[in-house]
Design a binder for this molecule. Structure first.
Ligand SMILES: [Zn+2]
Length: 242
């Protein structure tokens, strides 16, 4: 893989506040890889959230069987319930980068808002605990110390973004919402994934084995693979740092 400096470009997009006027506006950061400098090369980062629930073995086995690398954001909750799936990920360190999706899957926002109906952390101390305890759970389970954080719902406040970065983490945005929180039908998910272009960072879920989105994700990934797309993980894309 070519070593390029500063391959990731992040930007923050202001989105509407969740429920209350005093919530102000929340940030939903986007993330792109830098464009490939190799003619004809298309590089895409696949990021998958494991919020709670179970492991989607349709996706996990497709990634292993087809040698597709991914960055997996796991919560402490998910790790407790999915030791076998985590062991499979750890057995393939060349494929799976494990990063921090929080301890309890609460939005990393310090105000008492709800985001998509989920009550936010509500204080800076609780944001800190979500980030740090999530990282500690990964290390306790045998993973490497995470460097990236993606909070539940992937929304933040200006203050909580600064707090998370102050703890030494990079905040993982995305550029393609592939599965709409795992709720999209398979065909729509497949279409979104298959449309990925050079530099895109895909977000989808690997914790909803009963949802049809997972089947669509696999089909879309295989279509990208057939097109000759190179999959990169966030840690590889950023290997030379800033
Ligand atoms: Zn999540």
């Amino acid at each position: 893989m070519p070593i390029l400096s500063r391959l990731l470009v992040a930007a923050a997009i202001i989105v509407g506040a969740s429920t209350t006027a005093d919530a102000g506006t929340l940030l939903e950061p986007s993330l792109h890889l830098k464009r490939s400098t190799t003619a004809g090369e298309t590089r895409v980062a696949l990021t998958l959230d494991a919020c709670g629930g179970r492991a989607d073995n349709r996706i996990l086995s497709a990634l292993v069987d087809n040698n597709i690398p991914a960055t997996i954001f796991v919560t402490g909750l998910w790790l407790k319930r999915n030791k076998v799936a985590f062991a499979i990920m750890r057995a393939h360190p060349d494929l799976f980068e494990i990063e921090d999706h929080g301890a309890r899957h609460v939005p990393a926002v310090e105000t008492p808002v709800r985001v998509y109906g989920i009550r936010a952390a509500g204080s800076l101390e609780a944001v800190d605990a979500e980030v740090k305890d999530g990282a500690a759970a990964i290390e306790k389970a045998g993973g490497d110390a995470p460097r990236w954080f993606r909070g539940a719902t992937a929304k933040y406040s200006t203050t909580s973004m600064k707090e998370i970065q102050g703890l030494g983490f990079r905040v993982a945005g995305y550029s393609i919402n592939a599965d709409g929180g795992s709720l999209l039908p398979a065909a729509a998910t497949e279409k979104r994934v298959a449309a990925a272009k050079d530099g895109d960072v895909i977000i989808a879920h690997i914790n909803q084995p009963s949802h049809s989105a997972g089947a669509g994700l696999v089909k879309g990934l295989l279509a990208l693979k057939a097109r000759g797309v190179t999959f990169v993980r966030l840690q590889d894309a950023d290997e030379t740092g800033s």
